[in-house]
Design a protein. Structure first.
Length: 276
């Protein structure tokens, strides 16, 4: 039987002067704050634990997929070992689940919650307590051009492609700061999603900020173990009005987290996924 918790989620609120929202990627090294011209506004919402009913939710109906498959790589302390060992098995896992013919991993992030640690570099990444979508249509297309050879990208963009994140806990179950996902069927694409420029030192990227909508239906699987994973759809070029093309997501403080639960540790891979 499913259970629900009520938790505070941080939603996007646009700049008051009507300008386009932006966030600088480089953080202040003393505070970890990334300059931005928009605000995060808290809202209390119900989040349903769907453990036991994971099969009701798929990449194409909800925008996410919970699965159970142990990784052969379990250390997650050395980037080269992750690339050599975890990347290949993850590519095959995503292809098996989606039916895709090709998958290309373009980066990964390890997050270890460490209260008081300034999140100012890749080796200090913390859970992200903000409702967001990693990519927009423009940034998804730009990713293909950025990570695939110019001789291949134009042809690949003529066919269906996706950006999918593969997220899993590492070391121990993720009872603390778990991940919540919003069912695509509950969002209003026109009104809920707002492009936000990500300002890197050498280029601009783009994500979606997500505005508050009381109709949003939030889901999670409580206490995900390192043997479990979730695929998060960030983009799908198949925009037919029936298929989920993305899913907002966020870390959140679960009020049922035991006080002695270990701090959350997780890894996420980001993949370009192609179909013939």
């Amino acid at each position: 039987m499913s259970t629900k918790v009520t938790a505070e989620l941080q939603y996007f609120s646009p700049p008051t002067d009507g300008s386009k929202a932006y966030t600088y990627i480089n953080a202040d090294t003393s505070t970890g704050v990334r300059p931005q011209n928009w605000e995060a506004v808290p809202h209390d919402l119900e989040i349903e634990n769907i453990r036991g009913r994971e099969g009701d939710y798929t990449l194409d109906n909800a925008g996410f997929y919970f699965g159970n498959e142990k990784s052969a790589h379990t250390a997650f302390v050395d980037d080269k070992a992750i690339e050599n060992e975890y990347y290949p098995e993850s590519i095959e896992l995503v292809k098996k689940i989606t039916g895709a013919t090709r998958a290309v991993i373009f980066d990964h992030t390890i997050r270890r919650h460490r209260p008081g640690v300034v999140d100012d570099s890749p080796d200090k990444r913390q859970p992200v307590p903000r409702v967001h979508v990693d990519q927009t249509t423009a940034s998804s297309i730009a990713r293909v051009h950025r990570h695939l050879p110019p001789t291949e990208a134009p042809e690949l963009l003529k066919r269906r492609f996706q950006i999918i994140n593969l997220w899993r806990p590492i070391s121990h179950p993720a009872l603390e700061w778990p991940l919540a996902l919003c069912d695509f069927r509950s969002i209003d694409q026109k009104n809920d999603l707002v492009p936000v420029t990500l300002r890197y030192p050498d280029r601009d990227g783009e994500t979606f900020g997500v505005g508050f909508n009381p109709n949003h239906k939030w889901k999670y699987v409580r206490g995900m173990t390192p043997e479990e994973f979730v695929l998060i759809k960030c983009f799908d070029s198949k925009d037919d009005g029936k298929t989920a093309i993305l899913t907002p997501h966020t870390a959140f403080q679960d009020p049922t987290t035991p006080p002695d639960a270990p701090l959350r540790e997780s890894i996420e891979l980001r993949l370009l996924v192609f179909y013939d």
